[in-house]
Design a binder for this molecule. Structure first.
Ligand code: NAD
Ligand code: DAU
Length: 341
């Protein structure tokens, strides 16, 4: 018997990128679970991400907003485990509309924690981010490192992370906190670096590289990340934070070059553009604590990148998400102006 077998599980944000892979993984791993996906379906979420599980009798999708108590309450009856992923997630958007990030990422987390407390759940996995440490210019951030977030996104996530911790300490809620590095893979909304550059390159459009292109991120394939989240749920110590890294640190310019190499496109497509304000230079974490639970990433970057490129090539209907959604179009016209081709 494991912690998750036979349980009723709620996944918030399950129609998004990581959430949808997590829902699939849970249903694939545990034949006897019941999974409820609660998602508002913002610009970033779509039922297309859940195609593989929509006809599964063990899965139920509910459209709802985590900031609305009634919406959260409506799905919590009988829920034993919560995986909380719903959030506004794009750093650039947090520069244009910070209030939405505070509302969703902080207040939304509060509502989900409160509901979990009222219902006495057996486990609550809060998905935080490595961005809470701020820029780690040298060395590796351990879980005990100070939180020094730099953007409205990461500041909101840091507040949510500490709120989840407070619910563990003060109310004894069985919380597990994961802080993952940058994830990539199929079904990511094409505003984040890797899918954005893949889609731009597929259309022979310039790739807007911020600043000097030397900012470093640690890249983890989404299925490996979901396994890490599952392993933490199964074997983690309640009340504890787990960093999730990949030991795959790359400067952005190298990521751009590798995408172009996979696609057979010229490096002349790379176009330097002004830097992101408050742009963190480097993210790097020590994740020995998670390794000791027996998790290790299995997809190397070139293999993961090829799978990701193939998925976007096979799904041209997803290339247009940025232009087809009104809020996204407005954001990109402000952000890139005429560069959005
Ligand atoms: P995403 O933007 O692809 O998906 C977010 C989902 O949350 C969407 O389906 C959206 O509709 C939903 N949502 C937004 N506001 C909501 C609300 N008020 N109520 C209900 N649902 C709402 O994000 P993602 O990349 O899958 O990230 C998932 C989680 O993982 C987030 O908490 C994010 O901060 C964290 N994270 C992401 C990464 C990454 O590289 N993508 C890395 C570390 C941590
Ligand atoms: O580190 C985890 C975080 O990773 C998650 O918590 C966030 O939800 C997720 O959005 C991501 O944040 P980043 O800011 O690291 O990701 P993004 O894909 O926006 O950018 C990655 C790097 O690429 C960053 O240094 C900025 C740069 N970049 C990004 C875009 C979209 C560019 O140079 N050009 C671009 O057009």
């Amino acid at each position: 018997m494991t912690r998750l077998n036979g349980k009723r599980i709620l996944v918030t944000g399950g129609a998004g990128f990581i959430g949808s892979h997590l829902v699939e993984l849970l249903l694939r791993t545990y034949p006897d679970v019941e999974v409820i996906t609660l998602d508002k379906l913002t610009y970033a979420g779509t039922l297309d991400n859940l195609t593989a599980v929509m006809d599964d009798p063990r899965h139920r999708f509910v459209q709802g907003d985590v900031t609305r108590r009634a919406d959260v309450e409506a799905v919590l009856e009988g829920v034993q485990w919560v995986f909380h992923l719903a959030a506004e997630t794009h750093v650039d958007r947090s520069l244009y509309d910070p209030g939405r990030f505070l509302e969703t990422d902080v207040w939304g987390t509060f509502e989900v924690l409160e509901a979990a407390r009222r219902h006495g759940v057996e486990g609550f996995v809060h998905v935080s981010t490595d961005e809470v440490y701020g820029s780690v210019d040298e060395g590796w951030a351990h879980e005990a490192a100070p939180l020094e977030p730099s953007s409205p996104y990461s500041a909101s996530k840091a507040a949510a992370d500490r709120l989840a911790h407070a619910y563990a300490v003060t109310f004894g809620l069985p919380v597990l906190i994961v802080r993952p590095c940058n994830a990539y893979g199929p079904r990511q909304f094409p505003e984040k670096l890797i899918p954005f550059f893949i889609v731009r390159a597929l259309r022979d459009q310039p790739l807007p590289l911020y600043g000097d292109g030397q900012n470093v991120r640690d890249w983890l394939y989404v299925e490996d990340l979901c396994q890490a989240i599952r392993v933490v749920a199964e074997r983690g110590q309640f009340g504890t934070v787990y960093n999730v890294g990949a030991r795959n640190l790359l400067p952005n310019i190298e990521v751009a070059r590798r995408i172009l190499a996979v696609l057979g496109k010229p490096e002349s497509l790379i176009q330097r553009v002004p830097d992101r304000p408050g742009h963190d230079r480097r993210y790097a974490m020590d994740w020995d604590r998670l390794r000791r639970l027996g998790w290790w990433p299995t997809t190397d970057f070139d293999q993961g990148l090829r799978k990701t490129v193939e998925w976007y090539r096979a799904h041209p209907e997803r290339w247009h998400a940025l232009e087809s959604d009104e809020a996204s179009r407005h954001f990109y016209e402000q952000h890139y102006g005429p560069r959005l081709g």
